[in-house]
Design a protein around this ligand. Structure first.
Ligand code: THU
Length: 133
């Protein structure tokens, strides 16, 4: 699975975004260690804080299906009805969720290129690191 293909899948997943409040549609495609791809889109709610980002949708789908090892995620976002051109970096909450089960070398594929989780969330809080020896 190359980066361009993963981004293509994210673009497709974005078509399912439920975003009647922000009108900003986001898609994600998460690649697991065994090559399975889980997609996600943002799913908003009339009670605004209940909305879920595309990245977390993909991640929770994968974990709930028994996956524990991840290689990369492609993310795309733009106002509904427009083709994504600009980079759509993951929000802080999603970065922390990724840090729960991904190492710092986990790859985050955006419109502007490839980043790592360590780059986007340096010094991440992980309980396994925070515990006393
Ligand atoms: N959103 C995502 O799904 N992922 C991101 O990385 C940034 C923001 C969603 C949340 C909300 O539904 C909409 O985009 C506007 O913030």
């Amino acid at each position: 699975m190359n980066d361009d293909k993963l981004m293509e899948i994210a673009l497709q997943a974005r078509e399912n975004a439920w975003c009647p409040y922000s009108r900003f549609a986001v898609g994600a495609a998460l690649l697991t260690a065994d090559g399975t791809v889980f997609t996600g889109c943002n799913v908003e709610n009339a009670a605004y804080p209940l909305g879920n980002c595309a990245e977390r949708t993909a991640f929770f789908k994968a974990v709930s299906e028994g996956h524990r090892q991840f290689r990369a995620i492609a993310i795309c976002g733009a106002p509904e009805g427009e083709t994504p051109v600009k980079s759509c970096p993951p929000c802080g909450a999603c970065r922390q969720v990724l840090a729960e089960l991904c190492d710092d070398d986990f790859r985050i594929i955006l419109a502007d290129g490839v980043h790592t989780l360590g780059e986007l969330l340096p010094l991440a809080f992980r309980l396994k690191d925070a515990h006393r020896a």
